[in-house]
Ligand binder design. Structure first.
Ligand code: HEC
Ligand SMILES: [Cu+2]
Length: 353
């Protein structure tokens, strides 16, 4: 094999590889978004306007790049077949063409135009998401990224919660979008719930914002999409999209202070004299720390530790005994409680409904 043919052979290989990758990505992209049981993170099944605009854009970009690929690959196959070494050929090179202004201009100008079109299409989507008008009935939520959990504050509704975001479904005829202000308590994080909106970073001292108007109720999952430390991979996102009355009921329950019995339980005493209250808030009690998740309505959540474990009595006890068993590198220390104290604290936590 001559050097040139080796190169041509390698180029064909690379293109076949690209074809396989592109083909794999393109199939779901062009599939009809039927009522299939989509994965809760499927980027090809948007249910909210920003996610839909991004999906349309990705389809456009895939179409353009697929067309480029088809043209380049066909020319390549044509050249490889037509100019292959035949038996009895004299081994001389075919005619070589140098310095054609027309050809040079064509392969400079056409790619520049293609890149310009792709750039403008992307810029348009970014601008329309960023500049969307905020209707007066929009739900406002402040999202604060922490290593390695999410804090959600609804300033006008007096609700503070963690890790499980609840928002109302938005009827396209009377939209009730949710606008998120994204902040960070420590390092860069990124809020990404693929079916609802594009990735948006949470950067210290630089408030960002995004929004979503989901058309369908359900649970949508996501993931911190910016490496932020040891437990970045267990910084999961859970968004519960609810019917308006269900959402209102949730808000009402969350805005109440903690239900406390008249006699302070043993568990609460231990909770308050151990450092727990320096990091955790339980509204209506002495606990008002903000380093860790608000525990006022802990038991209303399905999961703990940012989706890393189900919220069961067993897991709660395991968590308080030593968080690193569930989430190595988590910012909550093992508090070294004795077994009886651990049981009492767990019982107290279970009373926070
Ligand atoms: C130094 C601060 C700190 C102390 C002290 C602390 N925690 Fe935490 N706690 C955290 C942080 C941070 C998290 C979130 C960890 C994560 O998800 O990565 C957390 C998470 C939790 C959770 C899970 C909450 C949720 O919704 O995910 C519970 C329950 C909890 N802590 C209980 C306690 C109890 C009980 C004590 C005292 C025995 C305690 N914590 C002491 C910082 C602290
Ligand atoms: Cu993160």
């Amino acid at each position: 094999m001559s050097g040139r043919r080796k190169v041509a052979f390698a180029v064909v290989h690379i293109h076949v590889l690209i074809a396989l990758v592109l083909g794999g990505a393109a199939v779901p992209a062009f599939a009809e978004p039927a009522r299939a049981p989509w994965s809760p993170t499927n980027i090809f099944a948007p249910v909210s306007t920003p996610a839909e605009w991004i999906f349309d854009l990705s389809r456009f970009v895939l179409t353009v790049t697929a067309a480029i690929f088809a043209v380049v690959f066909s020319l390549l196959v044509y050249a490889v077949v037509k100019f292959r070494q035949r038996r009895g050929s004299n081994g001389r090179e075919p005619a070589q063409v140098y310095g054609s202004t027309q050809v040079e201009l064509a392969w400079t100008v056409i790619p520049i135009l293609i890149v310009l079109v792709l750039f403008l299409a992307a810029a348009r989507v970014i601008a329309s998401i960023q500049n969307a008008a905020r209707p007066s009935n929009a739900i406002e939520v402040t999202v604060i990224g922490h290593q390695f959990w999410w804090e959600y504050r609804y300033p006008s509704l007096k609700v503070v919660t963690a890790n499980e975001l609840h928002i109302p479904v938005s009827d396209p005829a009377h939209p009730t979008p949710t606008f998120l202000t994204l902040l960070s308590a420590d390092t860069d994080h990124s809020f990404w719930v693929p079916r609802l909106a594009g990735k948006t970073d949470l950067i210290p001292n630089h408030p960002n914002s995004t929004w979503m108007d989901p058309r369908e109720t359900g649970l949508y999952l996501g993931q911190c999409a910016q490496y932020c430390g040891t437990q970045h991979a267990k910084m999961l996102l859970r968004v519960y999209v609810q019917m308006p009355d269900e959402f209102d009921r949730w808000i009402q329950e969350q805005s109440r202070p903690a239900q406390i019995s008249d006699t302070i339980s043993e568990g609460q005493k231990i909770f308050e004299r151990t450092a727990c209250i320096n990091c955790h808030a339980v509204r209506g009690t002495a606990a008002n720390g903000r380093f860790g998740p608000d525990l006022t309505h802990l038991m209303s959540r399905d999961t703990i530790a940012s989706g890393a474990a189900l919220n069961t009595p067993d897991n709660l006890r395991r968590w308080v005994k030593d968080p690193s068993v569930i989430k190595p590198g988590s910012k909550m220390p093992a508090m070294g409680l004795s077994d009886p104290d651990l049981n009492a604290v767990t019982t107290y936590l279970e009373s926070l409904r």
